[in-house]
Design a protein around this ligand. Structure first.
Ligand code: DHB
Ligand code: MG
Length: 221
């Protein structure tokens, strides 16, 4: 079993050689740290995948549930050609920082943040018959993951790609003794995916600077 130290070294090597995030994306991580945001951004190799997939499906409309400082949103925006991102964020402070970062990166006209409870914002989007999204990232609080998924399906079209972060949660999802609300929330989504014929999906396990986790890639049929 390799130690966590080598996961970090390898991630840094991968980031330097292949992921090659922009100087501004690195700055966003610095800004987020200075502003006291929790260090729970997606890892750059995962963010780069969002960008590649957004480009591959010619995404024009993206939805992000849980924006934090905008790091993952920037990856998604970077993959779209003049696409728009709607971000849902509970914290006013996070939303302000993310908006500033989007503006600084030149996406001021491409990104909108709806501040407030994500389930209410999702309900508003559904009631307002928002045009379906091409790419969706679920990366907010874990207990309502199943609800976020169901609302995301309602805002999708055939071919929409839904990414779901934190689907391994340090392995706790497969540990029956772990009864935390977060693990239970993530497991409820697994139970839905077991039966749901509307999506074709996979979960990729990851290691790196944030330890052991993983993310789902789901394609709406
Ligand atoms: C946490 C949340 C995340 O979205 C993540 O990627 C890692 C950790 C958390 O709430 O601890
Ligand atoms: Mg996450």
């Amino acid at each position: 079993m390799k130690s966590e130290a080598i996961w970090k070294d390898v991630e840094e090597y991968i980031n330097r050689k292949v992921v090659k995030q922009s100087a501004f994306q690195s700055e966003v991580l610095d800004i987020s740290e200075k502003e006291g945001l929790p260090p729970i951004n997606v890892q750059p190799p995962e963010g780069k995948l969002f960008s590649i997939i957004a480009r591959s499906i010619n995404a024009k409309r993206a939805l992000e549930i849980g924006v934090l400082g905008g790091f993952s949103g920037l990856w998604i925006l970077s993959g779209m050609e003049n696409g728009t991102l709607i971000g849902l964020e509970k914290s006013e402070k996070h939303a302000r920082i993310a908006k500033e970062n989007f503006v600084k990166a030149g996406y001021g006209n491409n990104a909108t943040i709806m501040v407030g409870d994500a389930l209410s914002s999702l309900n508003h989007l559904i009631e307002d018959k928002a045009e379906p999204f091409d790419i969706i990232l679920i990366d907010a609080d874990k207990p309502p993951y199943l609800e976020y998924f169901k609302k995301s399906i309602a805002l999708s079209h055939s071919g929409t790609i839904i990414f779901v972060d934190n689907m391994v949660w340090n392995g706790d999802i497969a540990n029956r003794n772990d009864k935390s609300e977060s693990s239970q929330g993530i497991r409820k989504l697994y139970d839905q995916l077991e039966l749901d014929e509307r999506v074709v999906g996979t979960v990729i396990q990851t290691v790196g600077t944030k330890g052991y986790d993983g993310f789902a890639v789901l394609r709406v049929s």
